[in-house]
Ligand binder design. Structure first.
Ligand code: ZN
Length: 143
């Protein structure tokens, strides 16, 4: 196995593990915003709930529920973990960076390194929809 395949395999293992034991499944309490997302190509369907802080500018908590492939679940879970505590503005910036990484255009900085497990997906355009499902839903919820 060459180094690149080895790396991709490790990333895939990380995605599988995360999808089996997501840490952010459920609903926020209270629910300030909710948004659904569907990807009919794969059969993924999720619902996001969001809790904001008192000034409504910082995302205090994100939870998700629904069904989907390993990519969808792992991505929603990591998204919730990464963006809880971020401002609306920071969140939109990170969503954009994540999209650019999936297109193979940029490499993420160290603070977002955890999200790099999805880097290999850039070679499978049809699966990018799975990975971006929750991210698109969040973006829509922030508008
Ligand atoms: Zn999927």
């Amino acid at each position: 196995m060459n180094t690149q395949n080895h790396l991709r395999n490790l990333q895939y293992q990380a995605i599988l593990e995360r999808s089996k034991q997501p840490r952010n499944k459920g609903k926020t309490n209270p629910i300030h915003q909710h948004q659904t997302g569907n990807n009919p190509i794969c059969g993924d369907s999720i619902e996001l709930t969001i809790k904001f802080n008192q000034t409504n500018q910082i995302i205090e908590d994100i939870k998700f529920q629904g069904k989907g492939c390993a990519l969808t679940i792992a991505s929603a879970d990591l998204m919730a973990e990464t963006l809880s505590g971020k401002t609306r503005e920071e969140t939109l910036e990170i969503i954009e960076k994540f999209r650019q990484m999936l297109k193979g255009k940029i490499v993420l900085s160290d603070d977002l390194r955890k999200l790099s497990i999805f880097q290999g997906v850039s070679q499978f355009p049809i699966r990018i929809k799975c990975v971006l499902l929750s991210w698109h839903a969040l973006k829509a919820a922030l508008k």
